[in-house]
Design a protein around this ligand. Structure first.
Ligand SMILES: NC(=O)c1ccc[n+]([C@@H]2O[C@H](COP(=O)([O-])OP(=O)(O)OC[C@H]3O[C@@H](n4cnc5c(N)ncnc54)[C@H](O)[C@@H]3O)[C@@H](O)[C@H]2O)c1
Ligand SMILES: [Zn+2]
Length: 384
């Protein structure tokens, strides 16, 4: 059977960011998986390329071990499973899966924070993933899509990342929320906050990203984060949320930005973490979804002065998957609009190359891996 495989990182020009070769993604022959008791045998239908898959392709993702089968966003048909399993997963069901493999033994897991396992291994990142024709998963990690279009179902996982972050701040209807970063995760965080009834704004350095976010219909306004004019960010925050004017105890006139009830970081840079701290209101909440690899030296007393609540957000929980499947099936979140590009399985090398070189006009890239089969006439032994 076939799988998408990244042999090694592509030749990437960091100074003029673009891929300078075709890269090393190929469609390879791999062993057919054998299902063990407690697992479901899955026929993969659609996959979505995540920023981390893109990072493995470019060589910028720290955890990749090569050669690597990427992929942790997918939908699949269950072609074999224990009939009496306790999770209601049945043959023929179209499912998506929880790809954050936790160890089950660490302090974090024992306290219920399985999404932040100390030895977390996400499929397609720290271990081989699902971009292949057949795959096995522990049955408790498979969730019924309840009739959702399998192409859309494959995009539930990145939506879970964003939804988990938004849930950390317990966003309420009518609250003003700012998402910094209008990539896939940021736009999905905006989608989640909008579905919860918040007034949502989104910031990015690229106007094209803001236009794309607006076209999805989940934001009430945008902020162009012009890094050449650092003051412009807080100016725009002030225009949206207003100011308090008062004379302080020392007799000085003050003109202080009100800020957003909730700010959500979806970039992973020191400057955007700072933006989120600055743009949060007094008594506000800030959520860090972005993964950063650089330190920030900042006047942290602002957290005490504003009495901010700062939340980290990592991966997602079963509850996020189940809630989002219902939310999307109820038509409350336009998830389909984030899928901007679609490729066939055999064109996966081109999909990776195009995504790595995209100029900001691609959000979610979908790969069509296979179609459901008629299980009455299906013989797995005959799969090549
Ligand atoms: N918490 C988790 O478990 C988890 C899971 C997946 C991804 N992530 C992280 O979430 C972040 C977003 O992921 P993504 O796939 O959407 O990435 P992405 O690269 O598609 O999007 C990032 C966006 O940030 C914008 N940006 C860059 N600099 C900016 C600035 N100074 N101000 C405002 N916007 C700026 C970019 O133009 C881009 O639109 C990444 O850091 C990723 O590693 C976290
Ligand atoms: Zn663990």
């Amino acid at each position: 059977m076939k799988a998408i495989r990244i042999a090694k990182p592509c030749d990437y020009d960091q100074t003029n960011p673009r891929v300078v070769s075709k890269g090393y993604v190929s469609i390879d022959e791999v062993e057919k998986p054998v299902r063990k008791p407690g697992e479901a045998l899955l026929k993969i239908l659609y996959g979505g390329i995540c920023g981390s898959d893109n990072g493995s392709f470019k060589g910028t993702f720290a955890y990749a071990n090569y050669p690597l089968i990427p992929g942790h966003e997918f939908s699949a048909q269950v072609v074999d499973v224990d009939e009496d399993n306790a999770y209601g997963i049945k043959k023929g069901m179209i499912v998506t899966c929880n790809p954050y493999m936790n160890c089950g033994k660490c302090y974090s897991d024992k306290h219920g924070h399985v999404n932040a396992c100390m030895n977390n291994q996400t499929l397609g990142c720290q271990r081989d993933g699902a971009f292949r024709e057949y795959f096995t998963m522990p049955v408790e990690r498979c969730y019924d899509g309840k009739g959702m279009d399998p192409k859309l179902l494959a995009a539930i996982e990145p939506f879970c990342i964003a939804y988990h972050g938004v849930s950390r701040a317990n966003v309420k209807p009518g609250e003003k929320v700012l998402v910094v970063g209008a990539g896939t995760i940021g736009v999905l965080a905006a989608t989640a906050a909008h579905a919860l009834g918040a007034e949502v704004y989104i910031a990015d350095t690229m106007k094209g990203k803001l236009d794309l976010a607006k076209s999805i219909g989940v934001v009430d306004g945008t902020i162009l984060n012009d890094i050449k004019d650092p003051d412009s960010f807080m100016r725009q925050v002030g225009e949206i949320t207003g100011y308090e004017d008062f004379v302080d105890g020392g007799g000085n006139k003050q003109h202080v930005v009100n800020g957003f009830d909730v700010t959500i970081e979806a970039v992973g840079l020191p400057s955007t973490f700072q933006n989120c701290i600055d743009a949060a209101s007094f008594g506000g909440r800030m959520v860090l979804i972005g993964v950063a690899n650089k330190p920030l030296d900042f006047a942290f007393n602002i957290i005490q002065k504003k009495e901010l609540s700062v939340f980290g957000s990592r991966n997602a929980l079963k509850k996020d998957f189940l809630e989002l499947i219902d939310l999307v099936n109820a038509g409350k979140a336009p998830l389909g609009k984030i899928i901007t590009n679609s490729y066939e399985f055999d064109d996966a090398p081109k999909a990776f190359l195009d995504f790595a070189n995209n100029k900001g006009d691609m959000l979610k890239v979908s790969i069509h891996i296979g179609d459901p089969v008629n299980l009455d006439s299906f013989d797995y032994a005959k799969v090549q």
